[in-house]
Design a protein around this ligand. Sequence first.
Ligand SMILES: NC(=O)c1ccc[n+]([C@@H]2O[C@H](COP(=O)([O-])OP(=O)(O)OC[C@H]3O[C@@H](n4cnc5c(N)ncnc54)[C@H](OP(=O)(O)O)[C@@H]3O)[C@@H](O)[C@H]2O)c1
Length: 284
Amino acid sequence: MILLTGATGSIGRATMTELRTANAAFKVAARNPADLHALGVPSVVFDWDQLGSYLPALQGVDRLFLLTPNSERQVGYVLQAVAAAKRAGVRHIVRVSVMGADAEPGIILGRQHFVAEREIRASGIGWTMLRPTFFMDNFIRYYGVDPHKDSQVYLPNGDGKAAWVDPADVGAVAAKVLCTDSYAGSVIDLTGPELLSTAEALSVLGSVLGHRYAYVDVSEHAAREAMEKTGIPAWLVDAFLELNALIRQGHAATLASGVQQVLGRPPRSMREWAARLKTAPGTA
Ligand SMILES: NC(=O)c1ccc[n+]([C@@H]2O[C@H](COP(=O)([O-])OP(=O)(O)OC[C@H]3O[C@@H](n4cnc5c(N)ncnc54)[C@H](OP(=O)(O)O)[C@@H]3O)[C@@H](O)[C@H]2O)c1
């Protein structure tokens, strides 16, 4: 029995879809599982901030898909999950970490993930670390692209390139890894097939979706002010600006072979992801 956390987010949803297709035995832990009931997916009510919800969710579970939200408490969530997983007899944890988690001196979110990885490795439970790079759907979820109309994207990314990964590829890898012991003890870097700057990615998205997406390269200062105005907590503003700097300075311009190694096919391109977004938005 597999337990999925984060199943309403982009990676968790993709993992769930793959597990359903594979007829795997799984259940979902979500703070509001009502949406999942319609899909006929077994679910338990679970909240990272409710310690009492951990053990009941983990009852009868062998394998845990451990995805935590970006939060100041992210490491604490993982520590609590590992302790509960040990008590419940979980044998394998598949952790969604981040590419470059072990980089020095690192960035806020990378350091959180690195500490979380270290705790999982030390737990005595089997593990696989998935380390994806920037998700393609960040353009919709975080950067301001509207699939239905022209949009402007204001980011301090300069002309730095990233290897944007299709969230469905990360989900497909996660599902495969959850269903086998073959990747126990593996750290798997996951990227897309090509390096694209923000402007290049927007050009691809625009050509597929039939809209004009303009990139406005703003200063860090302007980006900070804009994020602060929307009420994003100060630590997360710092963390997001570090991610922008990572791209701007060229540190995200690395391709990895994890998707090919696990799935036996190349990762999907930005163009393929955008085409799915257009024709089958629920799968992108
Ligand atoms: N985005 C990227 O480019 C990227 C790249 C590499 C790694 N990552 C890592 O991937 C992870 C997910 O990031 P994301 O921003 O992409 O997440 P996301 O898709 O928004 O998913 C977050 C999930 O956590 C759930 N959640 C949030 N708070 C919860 C709570 N208190 N109790 C139970 N469930 C809760 C959300 O459920 P609800 O529906 O209830 O909100 C959602 O299912 C993070 O660890 C991040 O560092 C992200």
